[in-house]
Design a protein around this ligand. Sequence first.
Ligand code: AMP
Ligand code: GLY
Length: 418
Amino acid sequence: MKVLVVGGGGREHAICWKLAQSPRVTELYCAPGNAGIAQVATCVNIKATDVEAMVAWAKENAMDFVMVAPDDPLALGMVDAMEAAGIRAFGPRANAAVIEASKAFSKSLMKKYHIPTAKYETFTELDKALAYIRQEGAPIVVKADGLALGKGVVVASTVEEAETAVREMMEDHKFGASGSTVVIEECMVGPEVTVLAFCDGEHLVPMLSSQDHKRAYDGNKGPNTGGMGAFCPSPNYTPEVADRCMKEIFLPTVAALQAEGRPFKGVIYFGLMLTKDGPKVVEYNARFGDPETQPILSMLDTDLLDIFEACVDGTLDKLDIQWKSGAACCIVLASGGYPMAYEKGYPISGLEEAGKSATVFHAGTALGEDGSVVTNGGRVLGVTALGDTLPQAIDNAYAAAKHITWTDMHFRTDIGKV
Ligand code: AMP
Ligand code: GLY
């Protein structure tokens, strides 16, 4: 089969790496891809958000299957457009991807179907938002409604901090139109766990649990990032917790979306907090997480194309999905300065050596003029290793990462430990 993956980060490298192992994938393409993805797929120079050009290319080149990985083309309806052109596509349609694209939508869905989450109110007027903050007091959480690259959330420890956040979103339009509606919610406390699940509209199969590290610096300090590392499975996600999540959150979410006429086919990302009152939803995403996907797919034994097709065909209940035992850990190597301003174009050394004992997924890389790999983004690489235990996986990932270097490279030294 000819398969196209849409996207070009570490997550898409992991997806392409896994798909390339499928004997049924005869030709693999990725748009736009990156220098690492180019080792396993043919990169196509089309922007992930260019729905029209992507559909036209997929049609012209007779793709049998398209996998849409990032949030923005999903929200823009790329899967709907592929289907309309007669191409089988993996990922939610726009009307289901809205569980990520609008926090106001997902919060009201949870309220209507009694799915446990933080208490909240939605506001479109600044005065009412400020009054609510003063009434509820701190700590309190302020979120821009729309997609804001994971940066539209402020966990405020004082009323003043919350007020400033709301003003920045609603008055100064720090996140553009994403912030004209804000969600203000109760601050939850407890360990955070991510569970990604395959869905076929009706059935749901959770993957291994995982945890990511969103803050830029050691000790969970510094600004929020897209994720500085991840590991799986999470020791906090016991069989008892898993059972409760399935009954109280996962199955009710799939049923709710189906009941609303928005059947979800693709991957649902459940961001969970294990509070003293039980597991609650922090957020839904409508896609694989990045960097969680890198360790998770490293642990998958089943053919990924078989799973994707079962999701599209509604036959997930007939598939037996197998995972390796042990654990996996991914260390993100980032550009100095990320998530703020950073330089690009630095040559990277040590990739081959690191690749002997780990899988080095490329997130932001390009080929330099001399054909060598250079930095081309904030998150540059995700060094991913397996181990019989989580501490071993962490040690293996750091041991491999030690070989890699470039000017101003930055990474956290405590992935999996805090
Ligand atoms: P989100 O983009 O919704 O995942 O939020 C980013 C991060 O903010 C989450 O991973 C949590 O650490 C934190 N957060 C979001 N909502 C809450 C909440 N209601 N209570 C406590 N922390 C939260
Ligand atoms: N790692 C967080 C996310 O993918 O949203």
